[in-house]
Design a protein around this ligand. Structure first.
Ligand SMILES: *[C@@H]1O[C@H](CO)[C@@H](O)[C@H](O)[C@H]1NC(C)=O
Ligand SMILES: *[C@@H]1O[C@H](CO)[C@@H](O)[C@H](O)[C@H]1NC(C)=O
Ligand SMILES: *[C@@H]1O[C@H](CO)[C@@H](O)[C@H](O)[C@H]1NC(C)=O
Ligand SMILES: *[C@@H]1O[C@H](CO)[C@@H](O)[C@H](O)[C@H]1NC(C)=O
Ligand SMILES: *[C@@H]1O[C@H](CO)[C@@H](O)[C@H](O)[C@H]1NC(C)=O
Length: 653
């Protein structure tokens, strides 16, 4: 794709010059698509920042990052590194992350870090991210005051615009003696480095140029430091996805303040012009004096044209003081030149948030089909002009349905591949309107859920040896759920289980959301082979139900794709036996009652009478988990009581 974009730029430049056939001595710089040339830089300078005093023996650090993003949704890679050495290791690192805009946070940290952030603006994948809410502040002072009063003295403060990645070094020896009071264009030293993409890369073609020489001009603006500095410039002209241009004639022009020397890292042969000395990373000891004199835009363009005979400005970019600069300008052989396919130059292609878009390419799986849906307004928000999505079989393309882009296939078409007999695998390729080749392909998978079976058995003992289909009140029942086939790529979870005690009573929830709903339910093991749990039913129901249906929902999911989560149901019928009722039987109970009547204890019969005439006709509610602790001595580990009257309890006790 780079090749395409590069050529796109090239052709754009051609079109430009053709469109202006009349005298045009100069090269009018225009903004380029960011994929035709991209300049990233690493710097320690922030627009506002400070470093605070940190007591020598303190293990607590508070860092404030105040970030502004011009994109609607940006990616931020935040790396927190601990400086090794004999400084006290920070045990308590707090990062206050204030964001203007929305970001997808990719966090890398080797130590636990507490965050204060607004989760409606900062999205993160880590489920265990330790964070507390951050109020909204409109000014820097409000934020600083809040941070200071809530978390104590600040270790650092940095205000940054459009960072792509930030590396924060914690556990540094104190560098500053003063409280942290932000200063303009502050150099954070080795405490913080950040990486940004130069927002404005421009290019143009000299109207009179005949050669094919392409010049890249980098201008680094003056920073606060005047001590000698080396700026490393990495020049990457490779063509990762196509054929590199056979004859490459490139010129690199580096313009910077007088204190800057350049260290050039490149594999390509090219002409170089710099202000200040330069050397190559391959031969760092050999310095070559600079030759560029101009510091104005027009002067630089002129030097490119006259001194180096360049006819195209492949990129012109101005960046703030930086320590490392990477210029990526893919130079590919122009396969497009022989191809009639129109190459568009809409800048929008390049702003398209492909990374975020990729995270939206999630399959929805049914029992016999795979579907991907993208909401159009979301695509628009990500500034992507999508031509279509397609499966491995490129003739299977997405359709527009209402406000959606829908790509769907059964398990038997569109190049669907079967892995391990049960995993349906395909690839989704995304093609933008601006090109004829896909800009990304993403592997997608579904489970053939019909190929799975779930089986459940009940046992009387924890050894799970002999199955039993009877629940004995007051005795633990052990249940084992097995899913087959067992595949390492698939995780199984017991999502929920309940016991249906017939029309007379409400169902008893045993497990919900993979959690035991009562202390009388124990989840024993969940592994790839089986899931085991046990429960205990208490016998305080009148009349005691004789059967129960145990139903469980088992969740199956591909480890790598939460979207493939599918629920399978299983159930079994269990007889309920009441040891008391079977040993005495109902006639015996009545006999005892009658006997009691005979010996003059009329009370029992009276209560029985009252009970049987006042019992509400509706369902009885089995009481689950929350059995008062006082009860536990006699009715320990049992569940499933009704809201029984004293009579019913006594009739069974
Ligand atoms: C840190 O050092 C100061 C002064 O030496 C001392 O008063 C304080 O108790 C120390 N704090 C810790 C946590 O060790
Ligand atoms: C510049 O390039 C053109 C076209 O390749 C060539 O004819 C001309 O001699 C070159 N001029 C210099 C000064 O190298
Ligand atoms: C130079 O080439 C080597 C090997 O091909 C590669 O690993 C390295 O990244 C290249 N450097 C640059 C700056 O392109
Ligand atoms: C899915 O599984 C069912 C049952 O085993 C089988 O009949 C069917 O062919 C499978 N589908 C695919 C695409 O493999
Ligand atoms: C449950 O009880 C009924 C009636 O007593 C009996 O016919 C049936 O076989 C029992 N079922 C099981 C699974 O024990």
């Amino acid at each position: 794709m780079e090749g395409v974009f590069y050529i796109a730029m090239f052709l754009a430049a051609c079109a430009f010059s053709l469109a202006n056939p009349l005298e045009k001595a100069d090269c009018d710089l225009e903004l380029l698509d960011s994929e035709t040339g991209k300049v990233t830089y690493t710097t320690n300078q922030v627009s506002w920042g400070c470093l605070g005093q940190k007591p020598l023996n303190s293990t607590q650090e508070v860092h404030v990052l105040n970030l502004r993003f011009s994109k609607m949704v940006a990616e931020l890679e935040l790396t927190i590194q601990v400086k090794k050495g004999n400084v006290p290791q920070p045990r308590d690192v707090h990062v206050i992350l204030k964001v203007q805009g929305h970001i997808n946070l990719l966090l890398q940290t080797g130590i636990p870090v507490k965050f204060s952030l607004d989760p409606t603006k900062v999205f993160f994948k880590e489920t265990g991210l330790d964070h507390s809410p951050l109020p909204d502040f409109s000014t820097r002072e409000q934020l600083l005051n809040w941070a200071q009063t809530t978390h104590g003295d600040l270790t650092s403060y940095a205000e940054i615009e459009d960072p792509q990645s930030i590396i924060l070094h914690v556990g540094q020896a104190p560098e500053s003696e003063f409280p942290c009071i932000p200063k303009l264009n502050f150099n954070m030293g080795n405490h913080l480095t950040w990486n940004a993409v130069a927002p404005e890369v421009k290019g143009c073609r000299f109207s009179k140029g005949l050669s094919k020489k392409v010049a890249h001009i980098l201008k680094v603006t003056q920073g606060p430091a005047s001590s000698p500095q080396t700026v490393e410039v990495k020049m990457d002209l490779s063509c990762p996805l196509g054929n590199p241009a056979p004859t490459l004639e490139a010129v690199l022009i580096l313009q910077g303040p007088p204190n800057v020397n350049w260290l050039i890292d490149s594999n390509h042969t090219m002409q170089i012009g710099t202000t200040g000395e330069y050397s190559f990373k391959m031969f760092p000891d050999k310095s070559i004096p600079g030759s560029i004199l101009s510091d104005t835009l027009q002067g630089l363009l002129q030097e490119a044209q006259q001194k180096f005979n360049a006819s195209i400005i492949g990129s012109y970019v101005e960046i703030p003081p930086a320590s490392h600069i990477t210029l990526w300008a893919p130079s590919c052989a122009s396969k497009i030149e022989t191809s009639p396919s129109p190459v568009l130059t809409t800048p929008s292609i390049l702003i398209c948030h492909l990374f975020l878009l990729r995270s939206l390419l999630l399959p929805q799986c049914s029992s016999d089909s795979m579907t991907l849906m993208l909401k159009k307004d979301l695509i628009e928000a990500l500034k992507c002009n999508i031509k279509h999505l397609s499966f491995r079989d490129p003739t299977c393309q997405s359709q527009e349905k209402e406000n959606m882009l829908v790509l769907s296939s059964t398990f038997y078409e569109c190049g669907m591949d079967i892995k391990k007999g049960v995993i349906l695998n395909n690839e989704v390729a995304l093609t933008l309107t601006s090109s004829s080749v896909p800009v990304l392909t993403e592997s997608v998978e579904c489970l053939n859920i019909s190929a799975f079976s779930v089986h459940m058995d009940a046992y009387k003992s924890q050894k799970f040896l002999r199955t039993s289909s009877t629940i004995e009140l007051g005795q633990r029942v052990y249940v084992q759920v097995t899913v087959s086939p067992v595949i390492p790529e698939v995780t199984t979870n017991l999502d929920s289980c309940s016991l249906d005690l017939g029309p007379e009573a409400d169902p008893v929830e045993l497990i919900h959301d993979q959690l035991a709903k009562s202390p009388r339910v124990s989840l024993l093991t969940t592994d790839s082979k089986w899931i085991q749990f046990s429960f205990l039913l208490r016998g305080h129901m009148v009349p005691t139900p004789t059967t129960a249906i145990l139903s469980c929902n088992v969740e199956l999911m591909l480890r790598t794709m939460q979207e493939t989560k599918t629920v399978m149901k299983t159930s079994m019928k269990l007889n309920i036996s009441n040891p008391l009722a079977t040993s005495l039987g109902m006639p015996a109970v009545l006999g005892i009652t009658f006997g009691a009547f005979l010996i003059g204890a009329l009370l029992t019969a009276a209560l029985w009478y009252i009970y049987s005439h006042t019992r509400p006709p509706g369902k009885r509610q089995p009481v689950m988990a929350a059995v008062p602790a006082s009860e536990s001595s006699s009715t320990n580990h049992s569940i499933g009581s009704t809201q029984s009257t004293p009579c019913s309890t006594s009739s069974m006790a």
